[in-house]
Design a protein. Sequence first.
Length: 531
Amino acid sequence: MATASHVEWLRARFREELVLMEQRQAALLAELKAFEESESDSPDVPTPVLAVEFQVAALLKEAEAQPEKPKSEKSEAEKQSEQKEAKPQAETPKDAARPSLERSNTVLRAIRKARAPANLQESLKGNKLGVPCWHPDRLVRSTGFEVFFSFLILLQAICLAIETQQSGLDWGYKLGYEGYLAPASEIWPGVPAVLQAVEILFGTLFCLECILKGVAYRLGFFREFWNWFDLCLVLLWIFDTVLVVVPVESPALRLIRLVRLLRLVKLVRAVQGFDSLIVMTTALKDSVNALFWVAMIMLVVEMMFALLLNQVLMGMVFDSGSHYTPEEQELLFKYFGTFPRAMLTMFQFTLGTWAEVGRLLQETVSPNFNIFTILHKVIVGFACIGVINGVFMQETMRVAQSDDIIMMRDVARQEKLHAQKMRAFFRYADHSKDAHITREEWLKVLQGGHAQNWFAAQGLKVEEADAVFSLLDQDNSQGISMHELVAGVRHLQGPARSLDLVMLKESHEKLLNLTQSVLARLEEPDTKLSL
């Protein structure tokens, strides 16, 4: 009979299941151990973290010390009669693995409860346990820190512009230039003192930035170029501040004070925080080759037109029968007299200020030069410039599609937006506020069409709400955590990926091989059944 082979196959399956359960228990215990080690490694653990740790220990201790359900005392005769009536049953590996499975589930629940955030607002902020928000390690890596100092750099540039304007007012007053009737001290009284105080404030804040980064990064601070750049600017500011109190004035000291202009270079650091600026700067850097050939083409075309006009006009002016007055000849020489002047005029034609030169050629030389003006504007102004703009636009799009930083930020932005939407739904669906969505809560929320339409807009159709819940509940705990919701919906939304199809194909092949092996065993000759 084929019963013996069938029983052997079942036993093999039970053994495999037992091994999987043991592996699961080992993984959960390792996760718990790593969690406890990560908690013990943090030097400054706040009171809520200690409470969570004690809660985990209490839950595990309670799970280990939980006694079995007491059985009612029975007489010896009743026990013997029950033993006679009961059929002897061999303990299967699956039954033997139940305590291990219960232990694993208990550990899993303890870890979940310990890692569950106190509220959803805390989890949405992504606060790290044991690291307060004011800690330098978190502060310098936050987005607000970079935005604040980028905004500070812009304010410093504005203050430098105000200082330049004040110096210009004094210069114009000393020259007696028209419209500058009073010195800057009368027009803007008190501005120098305010600018000096603001400059000290900016320098102090930038010093504080370097100190915080040095505390957070330690030796890693000196591995970043921008950190060296910030440090040099801060040292130059300190040196410049010392020079302010020096009464000696010399050209060398004034030249040293010009290093203050390097603070404007610090604005380049703000490029790191904006994708559009990254695209432009990276496109300019990668377009050097294209820019070279564009410049060569423009030089050749403009040189051709400049030489043509120069030769034609010189021939007309120096002709024996020319009727040009000295003033007209001076104007023609001003625009076309030499090769550099003619080249500059051609680029002036190209860049848009062609009306003045075109009217000069029309009114002074001949109306027929309107044809030249129109041809130059069509060929160079429209065709060449349009093609050049298209080349640079194509280069910019190529950079945006191939740059690793931009692609990673785009993916991170999409992941962040997806996580925000899923967390908003989690807050809406978690009526019990226990950091898990139960099956009942899931089905209740998805009864109406509003939630289903919302998920459909995210790329996931949930007509079968119960089946989708089972797919999202990866650990079969009858509850969906926030992490399971975010990761599960991201994996299920949209069309099937190539990786999903390959994994499905491999699982089908494994199932087919297993089925063929079972059928081969069933077709073997009858063997004696042994239990």
